[in-house]
Unconditional design. Structure first.
Length: 403
């Protein structure tokens, strides 16, 4: 089975490569293609000689679909209205678990084909989310991440039209989750209730990732985004004023069609103006069928150069942020293999062994040590939350030892 991506034409090309490789590796296997690219263009994937079946994004969640022999089983994704139970059941086998509470998107950014692969926005009822979060907590997960294609659009399709803030309040009130993190947020949809949770609730972690995309008003308008540059800057200023330790992340696109040097400079300056320390930066790649693909294009080499400039500026901003944390203490969730983890602000931390662990490692282990191999090797038990004194920075990561 190949799960396809349609975020860019390059992603579609790589999906076709993966299909051909899979067929060469397993010439006698049945090869099924699903995912967003297959949902958007089932005919072209069905025409590939390597492909036996194409299954749509809604159908792939129905067990009976996999027992049928239709060459193509793809319905109109825009007609899907129900909330599939799987949305509240997506999780990681690691210490951080992910619960998808929303899927689809009602907006039509000019560069994006995702709505045509995922359909309109659909939300998971709060009761199902709460049940899933509590089950994950009981299974030992210390941190839960609420995710969605357009997370801040959660709720209008549900009875009573609850907001994302109301969902977060209910999760906190009815589960024992210790650390709650939110995935990418559309800043224009952060209402007063959600803002208060982000800035005043200790269990909601101080890490806000914003879907900014650009820092120039004309580019934002041509992207059909719903916020201005000034609104982004003002939101971050409010967040940082209310909770100074909040770390800001953002998605940024370089080389969007019609972008000139001045527009690119405005986006470059946004990294400092919004104190972006977790930057996801992409050179624009046209997606066939989207309005942006029909706009005057920026040369690919120029788009890549502008993306490189954004990454350089973002790396410098992040380096300053990391250096400022030297000498502080951070609460770190320990991840595999036990010598690393993430702080509440999502900075990655490498753990030095404690002096006690180092002394243990210099002698042969006894029976008690054999029962606790992580201690004798200088590692910390995976899944624990420890207080770490930050002593330095190495290769873009904080380093420190348990306080």
């Amino acid at each position: 089975m190949v799960n396809s991506c349609a975020v860019t034409n390059e992603a579609v090309r790589q999906t076709r490569q993966a299909i051909r490789r899979a067929r060469r590796a397993r010439p006698s296997a049945q090869l099924v293609v699903t995912g967003c690219a297959a949902q958007i263009d089932p005919a072209s994937f069905g025409a590939m000689p390597e492909v036996d079946r194409v299954i749509g994004n809604a159908e792939k969640l129905v067990p009976a679909s996999w027992q049928r022999d239709d060459a193509a089983l793809v319905q109109d994704i825009m007609a899907v209205r129900q909330t599939a139970p799987h949305l509240a059941a997506s999780f990681s086998a690691h210490v951080r678990a992910f619960v998808e509470v929303q899927n689809g998107c009602d907006h039509r950014c000019t560069f994006c084909a995702i709505p045509f692969g995922r359909g309109n926005s659909r939300s998971v009822p709060a009761g199902a989310v709460i049940d899933r979060v509590q089950a994950l907590v009981e299974a030992g997960h210390r941190e839960i991440v609420l995710t969605g294609v357009d997370l801040t659009s959660y709720g209008p399709d549900l009875p009573g039209a609850p907001s994302l803030g109301q969902l977060v309040e209910r999760v906190l009130a009815h589960t024992a989750v210790e650390r709650l993190r939110l995935s990418s947020l559309d800043g224009i949809e952060i209402d007063d209730r959600l803002f208060a949770l982000l800035t005043q609730e200790a269990r909601v972690l101080p890490h806000v990732h914003l879907s900014l995309q650009a820092g120039d008003d004309m580019v934002l308008k041509r992207m059909k985004r719903r916020h201005s540059r000034a609104q982004s800057v003002a939101l971050v200023e409010r967040l940082k004023a209310a909770r100074p330790e909040i770390a800001i992340g953002a998605d940024l696109i370089a080389g969007f069609p019609t972008e000139d040097e001045g527009m690119a400079a405005n986006t470059l300056a946004l990294i400092d103006d919004c104190d972006i320390v977790h930057a996801h930066i992409f050179p624009y790649s046209p997606r066939e069928g989207t309005p942006a693909a029909r706009m005057p294009q920026v040369a690919l080499g120029m788009a890549k150069a502008r993306a490189a400039a954004l990454r350089k500026r973002a790396a410098a901003r992040r380096a300053d942020w990391l250096r400022d944390m030297v000498g502080t203490t951070q609460r770190v969730l320990v991840e595999r293999p036990g010598d690393r983890g993430h702080a509440e602000n999502f900075a990655e931390v490498r753990l030095y062994p404690t002096p006690f662990a180092l002394s243990l490692s210099k002698r042969l282990p006894d029976d008690n040590d054999m029962q606790s191999p992580s201690t004798s090797s200088g590692q910390t038990e995976v899944g624990t939350i420890v207080t770490v004194t930050i002593t330095g920075v190495d290769d873009g990561k904080l380093i420190g030892a348990q306080a």
